[in-house]
Structures are given as C-alpha cells and as structure tokens.
Write a protein that binds this ligand. Structure first.
Ligand code: ATP
Ligand code: MG
Ligand code: MG
Ligand code: MG
Length: 568
C-alpha cells in the first residue's frame, strides 16, 4: 500500500474525550472515528488489525473443531419470549419494531437464535456433539459506553455455542475451548490470564474469563502470590448445598458430597459400612443397563438386601448416579422417589452436582420425604466469596496472599447446561430412542475489544507498538526526499515491488513529506519494522533497518533487505 493512495488520517492532538491510551492512540493513529456514543467507523489501519485478529480467532476455532456459521443481527422477539430473556434482559437489549409492528431485538448475543437453529437442524444423537461459531456484530445498549471500541455499543464478537448429550461431552469441549483460547491469546502476543469467573445464578456450572492485564482494565483480578489461583473479584460463590452430617435424619433435601468414585462419595456422605456395601452392590449394575427405569427396577428387584432393609438392619437403599446425564438422573430419581413412596423405605441417591443444581426435581422429589439426595460437588470449583477482598488477604485456596491487578475481559467461556435447551425444548432422539434435552456451552471473544487491549499493553510515548501477528503492516518503507532523488525513488520502488511480491504487507510512504513527518506517522501507527532509504547509505548500496519496539538500528545491503524482512 502507498500512503499517497491510502487514508492515513493520523493526527497530532490527543482528543480531549479519550481517557485511556488505547482510545487516544486509535484516534491519533487513524484507526477509528466516532459516529455517535459507542458507535465507531473503522478506518483502514484499524480494520486491517481487526481483520487480522479475526483471522487468528477463526483459524484456532477451526483447528479446535468448531464450525463457522453467520446469524442475523436482527432477531425476532418471539425467540426471546421463549427463552424468558425478553423479560429478564433489561435496558442493554435494544428493541425495535418493524413496519408491521412486530417486535425485534438487535442481538447482544445469540443463544436464542442458535438454539432455535439446532432444534430444527439436529434430530439425532449421532450428530452430536457440535460446536458452531460466528464472528458477528453485536449490539448492547451499554449504560456507559467508553474507552472507544473497548466498551462500544456496537462491537465485534466471536461467539460459539456447543451442544451435547451429557455433561462429560460438554466438559470435553469446554476444555478444548479453554485450550483454543489460550492458543489464540498467545498467538496475538498478549500478556493474558485465564481466571475463574462468576458462574452466575446457575450453580454448578463452570466458567472462566480470559483477561489481558492492563492498568486501565475495568475488572479487578485476584491472584495468589503462591499458586495458580486467579479469579475475577466480582465472583460470588456458587450456591453449595448444605453438607450432610449423616445420611439419616431429615429427608427430601440435597446435600453436598465430594468424590470421583462411588465409594469416595459414600465415604464423603458418611454412610455406614452396611450402606457402603449396598452402594458397591448397586454400582456393579450401573453400566449394564441403558434405560434408567429398568436399571432402578433391576437394582431394587435383585436386591436381596431389601429384606435386610425391611428388617431395619440397613437404614436404606443407596442409588449412585455418578456421571448420569440430567435426563437419566431425573428418570432414576423419579423411580427412586416412587420406590420410597411405595415402600416407605428411606432411599439415598447421589447425583452429579450439575445435574442436581439445574434440575429442580431433585429437592422436590420424594413426596413421602423418604428420598435423600447427595450432590457430587467434585467438579464444581471451590469458589470463595471474594467480592470484598483487598491485596494482602489470604487466598481462597489456602496458598499465599492475594495480589489485585486490573484486567480487561477479552474472552469468556461458560458451561451453560440446559437453561436454553429446556426453555426452548431443544433435544434429539437418544440412542434408546427417547427425546433427550441437550446440554450447552457458550464461548465468547471480544474481537474488537482485543484491538484496544493489545494497544494498552503495547505502546510507548511515540505511539502503538504492534505485536507482529496483528500489525496493520509488517514493514514501513520510508524513502527520504524521494521526490528530489531519482536514485532513491528507483531503489524504493524496486524494494516495494520485491516485498509485495513476496506477500509482505508493506506501507510505502511515497508522500511529499519531510522525513521527520514520515518517521513520526509510522511510529504512531506502530508498524513493527521500518526501512529507511537515504542518500548517504545508498553510496554503499545499503539501507537502514529499524526495529520499532527496541529502537535498534542496523545497516543492510540493499540486495539482502527483502529476505531479511521476510525472515523476521
Ligand atoms: P463486560 O463485563 O466487559 O461487560 P460481558 O461479561 O458483558 O463483558 P460477555 O457477555 O461475556 O461480555 O461477552 C463476551 C465478550 O465480548 C467479552 O468477554 C468481551 O470481550 C466482549 N464484550 C462484551 N461487551 C462488550 C462491549 N460493550 N464492547 C466491546 N466488547 C465487549
Ligand atoms: Mg457486559
Ligand atoms: Mg463481564
Ligand atoms: Mg463476560
């Protein structure tokens, strides 16, 4: 690209309304222009960076097995009524009417649209799991749009949504996304941390945010000085069920236990030895039966210990449901509750916490009050309430003390569970031929926010210093007084042709400007490498290379210059 044909739009003055350095530099370097509050036009240099960020995100998502789609920005209100968010969402949701007075929203996120899509397109368990993503404009009517595109009202997000038959499959994709996000932010050249995030109202689900560390960040992140612990300070603990003192006593409630195996769970629930034996007996049958009802029936019918229970030698029947899907857990608990009601015997059950937390059936089950449910808390990260911590407080994980740093949230991954699939009835035919609701994950990246976050971490008093992978141009070609020297012009044109021919992104400053003006502009824009062509060095068939970040200069033979740049 030649500056003479480009829209450079650099400016010297720091705009008065820009509070943070990235906002100031994006305006001064000619990357964005404000249209209205929270609405920005991307100028060529800004757009080039935005597209490079998007390309890296796209590559890593594809690599992680996600499939790209593109959904509309405008969404019918009906879908939002179905999910319940038409009422819940609040004033960040921009609502509009069409000419027929039908209600629509400008999508702040796309759970409703994707769930409706999957409900229609996917009918069999054989098509799962699937992870669909898009890179699309979002609109949120932010109460306080600020810091330029860092908190815009219209912004670009990569949002992905995965659909699964069970929690294990969801956990596996979540893990893949966690890894893909780490790869993305590493490739972008950013100093980032994955932190534990507030899992919101749905206890038991798992959530992480990815933060770029910067003083201008809006979030406080608490780090342990001794361990890997890092969490967003806005995080509240998930609602943990009360811990049981003993499995006997009050019934009809859900209590927290921990364990990977059934015996660990039984131990954590302080079951008696006799009950432990019972648990082990039942466990033996768990894998053999696919249908929940038949499985419970089998367990209970084949229960030669049942007579002992009746003779009150054992305090009840234990039914372990470790790693059961919500659907299966629900069916088994239903059977167990029926059994408890019919026999008037106490029944102890174990469910995975995610199933327990999301299914209101758990606490209500067992009308007779004979069903006792233990929720497996193992997969739920311990989330201490750290909303009011200050630096120097002990860490929640028992190691070191807390350090507080500012972070910019650039990514957020979340195990959603069945919130949307339940409300919108999104399911498939399972292997046993039954309708089964799906469990979901969602994964967002603030593609446009990353551009600002990268500048917060990469700048000096002269301007932006782009990490190479997202620089608008790799190299600035700066001929001094080209319009007075044929020799300089020829050298510059030849090098420009050679570099562009090699597929290198070059900004050729062919303006009739003083060298100082050119140097300042190229530094302000933040191009990582530059080549200066001047009379004195040309006498020795040389040009000057300068590294933007370190300021190091080096003379290169003209013939070797292109290969040198290509190898950087
Ligand atoms: P924040 O806490 O900053 O308001 P959020 O938690 O509301 O963000 P998510 O719903 O998690 O945002 O959306 C996914 C990603 O989209 C965020 O991690 C962030 O990088 C980006 N994002 C959210 N809101 C904005 C915005 N107003 N402008 C630019 N990017 C945004
Ligand atoms: Mg927000
Ligand atoms: Mg947030
Ligand atoms: Mg978030």
């Amino acid at each position: 690209m030649r500056t003479s044909q480009y829209l450079l739009s650099t400016q010297k003055e720091t705009p008065a309304e820009a509070e943070v350095i990235s906002h100031q530099l994006m305006i001064r370097a000619g990357m964005i222009r404000k249209l209205a509050s929270g609405l920005y036009t991307w100028l060529p240099s800004g757009l080039k960076v935005l597209n490079k960020v998007a390309a890296i995100v796209r590559e890593e998502m594809d690599k992680a097995g996600a499939v790209e789609v593109l959904m509309p920005v405008v969404q019918p209100a009906d879908l939002w009524e179905e999910s319940g968010r038409w009422e819940e969402y609040g004033p960040e949701l921009l609502r509009v009417k069409d000419r027929h007075s039908r209600d629509f929203v400008l999508g702040p996120t796309h759970e409703e649209v994707i769930t409706a899509l999957v409900r229609n397109e996917i009918s069999s368990y054989k098509q799962l799991p699937i992870n669909l993503y898009q890179i699309q404009t979002k609109f949120r009517d932010e109460v306080r749009p600020r810091f330029g595109i860092m908190r815009g009202r219209e912004f670009t997000m990569k949002d992905a949504y995965s659909f699964h038959l069970d929690e294990e499959s969801l956990a596996a994709t979540y893990e893949k996304m966690y890894t893909a996000y780490s790869a993305i932010f590493t490739r972008l050249g950013l100093d980032f941390r994955a932190v534990i995030a507030d899992s919101g109202a749905i206890g038991g689900s798992v959530s992480h945010e990815f933060h770029v560390l910067a003083a201008s960040g809006e979030d406080d992140i608490a780090f342990s000085t001794e361990s890997d612990y890092a969490a967003n300070v806005e995080m509240a603990p998930a609602a943990k069920p009360e811990t049981a003192a003993s499995p006997s006593g009050e019934t009809g409630e859900t209590l927290a236990v921990k364990g990977e195996t059934v015996s660990e769970l039984a131990a954590s629930a302080a079951l008696s030895e006799a009950q432990m034996l019972r648990v082990t007996l039942v466990q033996g049958h768990q894998e053999e039966e696919s249908s929940a009802e038949s499985w419970v029936a089998l367990v209970l019918r084949a229960d030669h210990a049942l007579n002992d229970v009746k003779a009150e030698k054992l305090p009840g029947v234990a039914v372990p449901l470790v790693k059961a899907s919500d659907e299966k857990a629900k069916a088994i608990l239903g059977c167990a509750a029926q059994f408890a009601d019919a026999t008037n015997l106490p029944v102890t059950t174990f469910v995975d916490y995610s199933a327990a937390a999301m299914a209101d059936f758990v606490t209500g089950a067992g009308e007779s009050g004979k069903l006792k449910t233990f929720a497996n808390w193992s997969r739920v990260p311990e989330q201490a309430d750290i909303r009011n911590v200050v630096a120097g407080d002990p860490s929640p994980d028992g190691q070191g003390v807390l350090e507080i740093k500012r972070g910019i949230e650039v990514g957020h991954i979340f195990q959603l569970g069945d919130k949307y699939s339940k409300a919108m009835n999104c399911g498939v035919l399972s292997e046993s031929g039954k309708h089964q609701l799906l469990t979901m994950g969602c994964y967002g990246i603030g593609v446009s926010r990353i551009v600002a976050a990268a500048i917060e971490q990469n700048h000096d008093k002269f301007g932006v210093i782009w990490p190479d992978p997202i620089a608008p141009f790799k190299v600035a070609l700066i001929p001094m007084n080209m319009h007075k020297s044929q020799r300089i012009k020829e050298t510059a044109e030849a090098l420009y042709d050679k570099l562009t021919g090699m597929g290198i992104d070059v900004l050729f400053d062919d303006r009739k400007e003083r060298p100082g003006v050119m140097f300042n502009d190229m530094e302000l824009i933040g191009i990582p490498h530059s080549i200066v062509i001047g009379e004195r060095n040309l006498d020795n068939q040389q040009i000057e290379y300068k590294h933007r970040r370190t300021g190091e200069k080096q003379l290169l033979d003209i013939d070797a210059a292109a290969d040198f740049i290509a190898a950087l």
